[in-house]
Ligand binder design. Sequence first.
Ligand code: MRU
Length: 355
Amino acid sequence: MVENSNVKTLIWDRKTLKLIDQRKLPFQKVYVECSTFEQVGAAIKDMVVRGAPAIGVTAAYGVALAALQYNNNNDNTDISDFKNYINKSIQFLSSSRPTAVNLFWALDRVKNVLEKHNSISALTEALILEAEKIEKEDVQINYKIGQNALKIFKKEKKLKILTHCNAGALATAGYGTALGVIRSLNSMGLVEKVLVDETRPYLQGARLTAWELEQEKIPYFVITDNMAGYFMSKGEVDVVVVGADRIASNGDAANKIGTFSISVLAKYHKINFYIAAPFSTVDFNTKSGKDIQIEQRPEEEVRQVLGKKIMPDYMPVLNPSFDVTPAKNITSIITEKGVVYPPFKKNLLNTFNSL
Ligand code: MRU
């Protein structure tokens, strides 16, 4: 691990991948250094890095590291042996977390590269380039999502925005999706304040989103998750903007546990509820939210807060990490290709196929 004051979600130097340890923020800024795909898989599983697009970019670099590992540890020049090794690394990385489709999307992209060259050296370089491309594109896409959001909101009114979890620079290669929208609105002077759900059990809101907003000097308050209804009823929330981990073709969207409850509260209070996500989060092969696998995380995450026990081990707990917000609770989905309105089944596909 190395200390680093210049904070970036991930740093790639063509030998190693350094990931800011998101388990330690905001108290410590330390990086975990990965030089093998196994270390990358463990970092995703253990939440060193998290957030759908960030997981995808990280996994792509994991495969690039696998190619480097093969070159370092083998005199073998058999291309099929190399491809087997890469495919094994892809399989390993794809088992790290189940819900965010960006992981599988990114791994599919690097897997496709395997068909394009027939020498180990050319493939190694191509796998590295593809991972670097995925990282660069992610930042540009997030920026476009932020720009597209400006089309939705009236230019004369400052907004009180509620967000959940962390869909910021830390959850992506940079800029963020939901937080990218907030950054973009703030740059136009359109943010009055952000209400940040703390997001139990992992506290991505309190620890990560609040930290990012603090860096940007965007006004915010952290609230506990059960306060959202109170603030909505007091007229303290104009809009809800959140990210997503997987959007089914009918618009149902899986995101951090608690998002569904917020969507219900928003609907009750007639508050617009927006999802900000790149098309790499849309899974056209998944028909509806019912088909999305929800990750069940370790019980300790609920029994403890920041490593401190709040209940004894014998007390049973449940820890689903995501829930599904039904399409009917979503006002629109803000993507890099434009703002998608219902009916999502038709409009997601049309927007995806547009230029
Ligand atoms: O368990 P996490 O922290 O990986 O969950 C992250 C979220 O649910 C985010 O809201 C989602 O990935 C969108 S990130 C741009």
